[in-house]
Design a protein around this ligand. Structure first.
Ligand code: HPA
Length: 267
């Protein structure tokens, strides 16, 4: 049995055999949503091969159960490239998600904004992304499946449903392009000017490898940024992880309403 099939069995033994519909990856300061799933939470440490996901502000549990009437698997934390130097760190968790039956994934993150229409506290739906790091989680994959088309990577139907959920909640969600910067240092103002000129609206240290992996696995995927700061050089505010964590709850409250509404209104 493959490692992902074994882990999926272990999870089904604890959380029940009903297939999961959606996976959800929670970004910095958003991990508490895992605690709201009506089901079973399993520590990553009890799932052999799962990443450590030891960044403060994350909650390294996999919660499997019901949220707004939908069976979900919620990843309370992620492993970033900058923790291990391994862009494919989330591959096993996403393979397990697929093995649990999911066909859709929603990825969330905290991000810096390059566009004044999405100020700190705003929520931005990703229309597309730029892999500014040049890294790829599929480097080393040997099958032809590695040549993943990325033209429609960010699922238009899921995004439309998330937008409808935001509107129904009275939340004005932005939409834009997210650039992946490896981190863990933040960007310089010159780097921000560069990625802005390239067409990015927000910047962060995650999400892109997970979107690539999701498409590789045949999952439909949508991603949402919670804007915690204006990107480097765009305001006088000091950029720090502490600031990210302190600002995340403002957007997180909106994000949670959007996600709950999206799940409740699923056909
Ligand atoms: N840059 C990169 N990642 C981030 C930022 C940022 O400004 N804010 C939150 N995550």
């Amino acid at each position: 049995m493959s490692k992902s099939a074994e882990l999926a069995q272990l999870i089904r033994d604890r959380a029940g055999a009903a297939p999961v519909s959606h996976g959800l990856i929670l970004g910095s300061g958003l991990g508490h949503i895992a605690g709201e799933v009506d089901g079973v939470a399993i520590n990553y440490a009890d799932l052999p091969g799962f990443p450590h996901a030891a960044v403060s502000g994350h909650n390294p549990v996999l919660a499997v159960g019901m949220l707004e009437g939908v069976r979900v698997a919620v990843f309370g934390g992620r492993s970033h490239y900058y923790e291990s130097g391994h862009a494919g760190a989330m591959r096993l968790p996403l393979e397990v998600l697929k093995a649990l039956g999911a066909d859709r994934l929603i990825v969330t993150n905290a991000a810096g904004s390059m566009d004044a229409v999405n100020p700190p506290g705003a929520v931005m739906l990703l229309s597309d992304h730029i892999n500014f790091s040049g890294l790829n989680p599929l480097i080393g994959e040997r099958t032809d499946a590695r040549f993943v088309p990325m033209t429609d990577a960010h699922d238009a139907r899921m995004r439309a449903a998330l937008r409808a959920a935001a509107t129904a909640e009275g939340i004005d969600a932005g939409e834009g392009v997210y650039a992946w910067y490896s981190g863990p240092s933040f960007e310089t103002p010159a780097e921000i000017r560069a990625i802005r000129a390239l067409g990015a609206d927000a910047v962060g240290m995650s999400t892109v490898p997970e979107v690539i992996l999701a498409r590789f696995l045949g999952l439909r995927v949508a991603a949402i940024s919670v804007i915690t700061n204006m990107a480097a050089g765009m305001s006088d505010e000091k950029i720090s992880h502490e600031h990210t964590k302190s600002m995340a709850p403002i957007g997180a409250a909106k994000l949670e309403r959007i996600l709950r509404r999206y799940l409740r209104d699923l056909d």
